[in-house]
Design a protein around this ligand. Structure first.
Ligand SMILES: [Zn+2]
Length: 276
């Protein structure tokens, strides 16, 4: 099967006029919108490639690439989806009213079509994965949404003129979070199982829970033996904290603690559990 091709758009050129935060006193300068967009596109590119997608960076340089050039590149390449990363602005000032939060856009009339579906998938992950207000999926007659032939979504991942969200723009952890949530939504839309980055111990301290429709066995020691089973997890139930991953016979188990600190062992198989 051929890989899906995702066109990634970093919104604006580095020096596109206007597209920046108000002057930030304690930094001594403003932050350009593209500084955020570009980093998220970079992380998203990595996320998508790891998950088996091909990507097309429609504006790979810092030069101000016109919107029509961006959409033409995606159309010519026959991309399967177009994702444009942005940061919002309200009135260009830190004073007065400062709305905050994330919103996604599709071309008018597309909420119930492919683009809308893609936007809802991405939005649901952004809503869960970030601490920000979730402002929903909206319609707008934006050029990159109008001139693209494939499912096209534009995300505004915060407000440049909200004092806290302006500072988030340069937070690498936040940039990565935004990229990961986009990648998860894109995976869902294309029915691809999202695979997270396998750094050595990414699961430590996280919750493990059953995604199995039946009853999932857990054990009081690293074992697959019937006699060591001490209970069953229903779907959605699990343990709040993984403390280790241990090899047991043919597969691994998570060593995890429940809310009272008792230690249990449960499979690491992604067919049965998810780590949140
Ligand atoms: Zn923008």
């Amino acid at each position: 099967m051929m890989a899906y091709l995702i066109a990634l758009d970093d919104g604006h050129g580095k020096n596109t006029s206007g597209k920046r935060t108000p002057y930030i006193d304690h930094l001594g300068h403003s932050i350009r919108e593209n500084e955020f967009n570009k980093q998220v596109v970079k992380y998203l590119d990595t996320e998508l490639k790891r998950n088996g997608f091909d990507t097309l960076l429609v504006a790979p340089t810092d030069v101000d690439t016109s919107l029509s050039k961006r959409t033409k590149r995606a159309n010519n390449a026959g991309a399967d989806a177009y994702v444009s990363i942005h940061y919002n602005a309200y009135d260009g000032s830190f004073t007065g009213s400062n709305p905050s939060g994330i919103e996604l856009y599709v071309y008018p009339g597309n909420l119930n079509r492919k683009a809308g579906k893609l936007a809802y998938h991405i939005g649901s992950y952004l809503r869960k994965g970030t601490k920000q207000n979730y402002r929903g999926v909206k319609e707008a007659n934006f050029q990159v949404l109008r001139e693209t032939n494939m499912a096209a979504v534009l995300s505004e991942n915060g407000f440049m003129d909200h004092p806290d969200e302006a500072m988030l723009m340069m937070d690498a952890e936040f940039q990565q979070e935004v990229a990961i949530e986009h990648a998860k939504g894109i995976c869902d839309f294309f029915n691809v199982l999202y695979v997270r980055e396998q750094s050595e111990a990414w699961f430590i301290g996280r919750r493990v829970e059953s995604i199995f429709d039946g009853e999932l066995r857990f054990y009081n020691q690293p074992s697959w033996s019937d006699t060591d089973v001490v209970g069953y997890l229903k779907k959605g139930y699990g343990f709040p904290e993984i403390t280790a991953r241990v090899p047991v016979g043919g597969g691994d188990q998570y060593k995890a603690v429940n809310s009272s600190g008792a230690v249990f062992y449960v499979t690491t198989s992604e067919k049965y559990v998810q780590v949140i």
